[in-house]
Design a protein around this ligand. Sequence first.
Ligand SMILES: NC(=O)c1ccc[n+]([C@@H]2O[C@H](COP(=O)([O-])OP(=O)(O)OC[C@H]3O[C@@H](n4cnc5c(N)ncnc54)[C@H](OP(=O)(O)O)[C@@H]3O)[C@@H](O)[C@H]2O)c1
Length: 344
Amino acid sequence: MSPTTPTSPALRPRPLGSTGPEVSAIGLGCMGMSALYGEADRGESIATIHAALDAGITLLDTGDFYAMGHNEMLIGEALRTAPAAHREKALTSVKFGALRDPDGGWSSYDGRPAAVKNFAAYSLQRLGVDHIDVYRIARVDPGVPIEETVGAIAELVEKGHVRHIGLSEVGADTIRRAAATAPISDLQIEYSLISRGIEEAILPVTRELGIGITAYGVLSRGLISGHFGRDRKLAANDFRGMSPRFQGENLQHNLDLVESLRKIAEQKGASVAQVAIAWVLSRGDDIVPLVGARRRDRLTEALGALDISLDSADLAAIEEAIPAGAAAGDRYPEAQMTHLDSER
Ligand SMILES: NC(=O)c1ccc[n+]([C@@H]2O[C@H](COP(=O)([O-])OP(=O)(O)OC[C@H]3O[C@@H](n4cnc5c(N)ncnc54)[C@H](OP(=O)(O)O)[C@@H]3O)[C@@H](O)[C@H]2O)c1
């Protein structure tokens, strides 16, 4: 047992949607260990994955395009070097479809059935596993009906290469079309105190259809973690350097919201990040936050959210401090917003 990671009974696996696998109450999002948030330390990344598995986290989320396979190879190494008992419980959730170029650029998305099978073949190899637990296209390919993309994953399920089919950043109509094609375990989508767009039209549909939510950006990429300051220097390729929420007056406005959350956190004897994660956990057992910890100290902090209970007075105070729609700035740069089926 690692000295830094407490095992919490609250992590105990629960079903992800009505057809998905049993997963821990919190999943680990591994993206930042390879891409989008500046440099990461490889040894610390692997130690963080090991500590997460040790603590009882079973769900590891990645994308084949996070540093062009780097993130999958990192997870592959972490799984190979983990104790067998932890490795056997680990579940991989993999996104595919984003097309990259050698300079690190992003172009479009490919959801053609032949491409789906090609992406999966490479992911299985890089992860060093004989199946992927949940497989999903990161963004809908506008040139390919979702039925064809999901149908191709369903064929991979039939052959045993994939166990479950997920979705990512899609809206209500696409969810219904996908679910009419094959069983869908979960929708992966941004959800946090400052990104509440799913509440009106998307969450009612996932709940009606028995589809779980794996929520990303629960700390809004660090913005509402309580650790992000105006003076933070970002690497040239850091996503946050381009994100509207991290720019100029928007950033100041959003950090002011964090300060009002900090007051509530202090009264609870908790950190800002813990209250932000606990708030997402409080929204329902069908919602599994993916925390983007890439260091063991951040992971320990995130796991502490499981020990916080927010009563109705706490929830009302949080709602008053950060009402829905309070954030300044879109959650993605304009060009990337156009890829979000969930925002149509
Ligand atoms: N489906 C999609 O479209 C999509 C999009 C984005 C992400 N994802 C998935 O969702 C996962 C989580 O997303 P995210 O990384 O944006 O989530 P996040 O948890 O909102 O943000 C992670 C960032 O928060 C900071 N942080 C500060 N305190 C933390 C704490 N106690 N625990 C964790 N992080 C803390 C970390 O910064 P420092 O490391 O600098 O401390 C890290 O850069 C990703 O890894 C990826 O697998 C999916």
